[in-house]
Design a protein around this ligand. Structure first.
Ligand code: PHE
Ligand code: ZN
Length: 861
């Protein structure tokens, strides 16, 4: 057992069941900022109102600062006290005006929470609990207030002053400073507060909403980056139009501003009328951003915009309801992206992401329900479960309700809860009423963690078939026993001889431990297609043979199901061959077939022929053997490369000489080209390195350049070093591109990746102060299954060292690097021991943040 001599040994646990409404409300907030990077003075004037019949004092959250002065109704008082980090002010009446003054130091804020400096500009990040680092306030999402903000700053260094809502007034002071006031008429929780002061240029356009309102749109960046903002601006316009046609949601202020900053803990933030973005989700041009970056930019711009309704107009009552806004908004951004390109490819990418990040979380020590019951540090709950599994829950409800019922449900939800802080329960109730369905049992998806496992077996006699289903929801921390859940499974049968559909697609609502489904009128032996479109986020185990899976990969009429059949076939093959039984024939034939099918779109082909990742293969095994998995996967890659060499070369040549265009066709060509290059290299062809280098050298876009570089980086050839050096000298001034240079090397399959990564951590351009840079090296390394899990434990030690160093600067980002160490139960005893030793070392580190403490201590349990 752990024996922790640490004040954090008994951390404060916040529980959902303890929720009580706020004792005081703050209908109006006036903030005055005297901005300066080293000392910023904040004056907060709060109109407070007693909420209910009680005698409790006003309690304001704070963190790190001390009040310089406190006044009540204009009179200075000194009977306030500090309890923990709260400022407690005794108040006699039902309503008062309370004013506090504090001083904060943005340029010493390395946590990037609250008001901080990035690239010479000042900006804020308040979700979840950053506002209390700016001023004293009831920093909880159910206290909604109307904000007026006045900012004063040096005009030369901070010519641009932005805040939430609409601009009201601005002017010069005579000391070289200037000021601006902004007003946001929509009551909002403190986590949506934002301001920016800086030397920024703007790319503007305007949007006319469906009711004819003219909105001025602006994307603010440093002057030199202005040419890289057109894609994001276009995406914003598309998102605004899409939300009107798809959900009937219209924008509500006169301006919508986005600011890009280089130092940011997450992707972006939906502050009302003033979104603040990690610059990686704004800046793009063909020379510096990949197709993947372009897609991600559009998705994140849309996501933050969609929050204006799902998050801002309707916010969360408490942080246990986080998925209310995040799950729904991810679902909305996924729908938007699907409508911009290929629906099937988008679904494949989303499911791959779910399997790469959420499934491991759901089966590990940090597993938690979509609506958690408790937390120590809320920042740790911005997880794939809250976001991506949360989105799958909405998707399942949409499937159960059908398109009209779902729209009726969302209309009702937006209408009924507008202007309030709502709960997940409120959302589900709206779905029930709008869609006229009973979701009583479905609610288990919010409270039970763990990925359900379904076993499916189809038997056939004469013209009838029986599908036998069984479900099991695995135990997770704190939840040893589970009840059966509602699993919406799209099912269809195909004829093994003709390849034709034998039935229509059925939506089976499988809601018991066991069930049987009957099919009649079958004219030939049926093959089962199940969980089509990944209609439920579950693991399906079926008794389908390699021949059945190969058949479905060629004949299923749902592209996702075709992909899925191929994945299953590849997985079965790889798991068997990691165990010493290699038979590659079925996979080779199925891949050949897919490559030969000219009806398929190229992006789909590229996805379908890609082997499952090493970690996903590991997830299928009782004990993960990273070296055996790597060898099995490389052997299959080599066989596929050699046996289908002519087809790969043909696919590769198909993309040659095409001028760059960011279109679905262009993306498909480039994607398949790089996948083909990877297989040509895997075949051991002598010209592979030259081919890759030529692609690297001649590319007129970053997608082809990175595709070639990632191929080269896993080779031991001299050319690899040359390419890395060229890339570095070309892009060392562009931090986002340099991140790719670090990341590619951390993802390499070379034997010496651990040593290379350790060397890169000493590189002059490596820094832990920038979260993107830290993630590009340390995060990518932790996700590289073989390199991270070398038997000597050096990868574990390296990660722990970096994490401890980063925790002193930025606990939130440090805690995000921890999960790979928590996977110790999945490995052999020797590795598990080494991983636990590092977790224990982390937990015992003096001065550890509660962010890292929570993740590390839970990972040891
Ligand atoms: N709310 C942001 C989003 O998902 C994410 C975020 C959380 C950003 C916390 C910063 C801090 O859109
Ligand atoms: Zn979000």
């Amino acid at each position: 057992m752990l024996d922790i001599q640490n004040s954090l040994a008994h951390p404060l646990v916040i529980r959902r069941e303890d929720y009580t409404p706020p004792e005081w409300l703050v209908p109006e907030t006036k903030l005055a900022f005297d901005l300066d990077p080293s000392t910023t003075r904040v004056t907060a004037t709060l109109s407070v109102q007693r909420n209910g019949d009680h005698a409790a004092p006003l309690r304001l959250d704070g963190a790190g600062q001390k009040p310089l002065s406190v006044t009540v109704d204009g009179v200075a008082i000194n009977d306030w006290r500090i309890a923990g980090e709260q400022l407690v002010i005794p108040l006699a009446g039902a309503a008062h005006v309370v004013e506090t003054q504090v001083e904060i130091a943005p340029d010493r804020n390395t946590q990037l929470m609250g008001l901080y400096a990035s690239g010479g500009n000042l900006c804020t990040q308040c979700e979840a609990e950053g506002f209390r680092r700016i001023t004293y306030f009831p920093d909880r999402p159910d206290v909604l207030s109307v904000y007026s903000v006045r900012m004063t700053a040096d005009k030369k260094h901070f010519p641009v002053l932005l805040a939430n809502g609409d601009p009201v007034e601005q002017g010069d002071s005579d000391d070289g400073r200037h000021w601006a006031t902004w007003h946001d008429p929509f009551p909002k929780p403190s986590y949506l507060f934002a301001l920016v002061a800086g030397d920024l240029a703007v790319n503007r356009s305007s949007f006319t909403t469906m009711s004819g309102r003219e909105v001025s749109l602006g994307i603010w960046v440093r002057e030199a980056d202005l040419p890289k903002t057109d894609h994001a601006l276009k995406a914003l316009e598309l998102a605004m139009a899409w939300d009107e046609t798809t959900y009937g949601r219209e924008y509500d202020l006169d301006v919508f501003n986005i600011v890009a900053v280089d130092d940011f803990n997450f992707g972006a933030m939906e502050n009302k009328g003033l979104n603040i973005f990690n610059s990686r989700y704004i800046l793009a041009d063909p020379d510096t951003a990949t197709d993947y970056d372009y897609d991600a930019i559009a998705a994140v711009v849309a996501h933050e915009y969609f929050h204006n309704w799902s998050g801002n107009r309707i916010t969360c009552r408490d942080w246990f309801q986080l998925s209310l806004k995040e799950g729904f908004t991810v679902y909305r951004d996924q729908g938007f992206s699907a409508d911009q390109g290929s629906r099937a490819v988008k679904r494949i990418e989303d499911v791959r992401g779910l399997r790469a990040s959420q499934f491991p979380e759901d089966s590990g020590p940090l597993a938690h329900p979509v609506r958690p019951e408790s937390y120590q540090e809320i920042s740790n709950f911005y997880t794939a479960t809250i976001y991506n599994k949360g989105a799958e829950l909405i998707r399942m409800m949409a499937a159960i309700l059908g398109p009209q019922g779902f729209r009726a449900g969302t209309d009702l939800y937006f209408d009924r809860y507008d202007g309030t802080a709502a709960t997940c329960e409120d959302f589900v109730t709206s779905m029930e009423e709008g869609g006229k369905v009973d979701l009583t049992q479905f609610r288990l998806w919010y409270s039970q963690a763990g990925t359900p496992r379904v076993s499916a077996s189809l038997s056939h006699e004469g013209d009838r078939a029986t599908l036998r289903l069984a479900q099991q929801v695995p135990a997770t921390p704190g939840q040893p026993v589970k009840s059966p859940m509602v699993l919406p499974l799209r099912v269809k049968l195909f004829g093994a001889e003709s390849g034709a559909a034998l039935t229509d697609e059925r939506l089976v609502l499988f809601d018991d431990t066991l069930d049987t489904i009957e099919f009649e009128g079958l004219t030939e032996r049926p093959v089962l297609s199940i969980n089509r479109g990944f209609s439920a986020p579950v693991v399906v185990e079926s008794d389908r043979t390699a021949a059945d899976l190969a058949f479905l990969s060629a004949h299923d009429d749902d592209p996702f199901a075709r992909y899925e059949a191929m994945q299953q076939l590849m997985l079965d093959t790889l798991v068997a061959s990691a165990g010493g039984h290699a038979d590659h024939e079925a996979v080779i034939a199925a891949v050949a077939n897919t490559l030969a099918n000219t009806d398929l779109d190229l992006a789909f082909v590229a996805e379908a022929v890609l082997l499952p990742s090493e970690s996903f293969i590991g997830d299928q095994m009782a004990v993960v053997d990273p070296d055996a998995i790597f060898r099995a996967r490389e052997a299959l890659r080599r066989d596929l490369g050699t046996r289908l060499e002519a087809q790969w070369r043909q696919a590769y040549a198909g993309g040659e000489g095409q001028p760059y265009a960011y279109t679905p066709e262009g993306k498909g060509l480039r994607r398949l080209r790089t996948v083909a290059l990877g297989y040509i290299a895997a075949s051991g062809a002598t010209d592979a390195a030259d081919l890759a280098f030529a692609q690297f050298d001649l590319a007129d876009n970053m997608t082809d350049r990175m595709g070639a570089l990632t191929t080269l980086v896993s080779s031991e050839s001299e050319i690899c070093t040359t390419a890395l050096d060229i890339f570095y000298s070309q892009y060392c001034d562009n931090p986002l591109v340099l991140d790719k240079w670090f990341q590619a090397q951390a993802q390499s399959s070379r034997d010496d990746t651990g040593a290379i990564v350790a060397g890169l951590a000493e590189h002059a351009d490596f820094t832990l102060t920038n979260p993107n840079r830290a993630r590009s090296l340390i995060g990518a390394f932790g996700a590289n299954q073989r390199a991270f899990n070398t038997a000597d434990g050096s990868g574990y030690r390296f990660l722990a060292d970096q994490l401890i160093a980063l925790d002193r600067l930025n606990p939130q980002t440090a805690a995000k690097l921890l999960p790979p160490l928590g996977r110790w139960r999945r490995f052999d005893a020797a590795r598990a021991g080494l991983m636990r030793a590092e977790l224990e070392r982390i937990v015992r580190t003096p001065g550890l943040s509660k962010d890292v403490f929570e993740q590390a201590s839970k990972s040891l349990e």
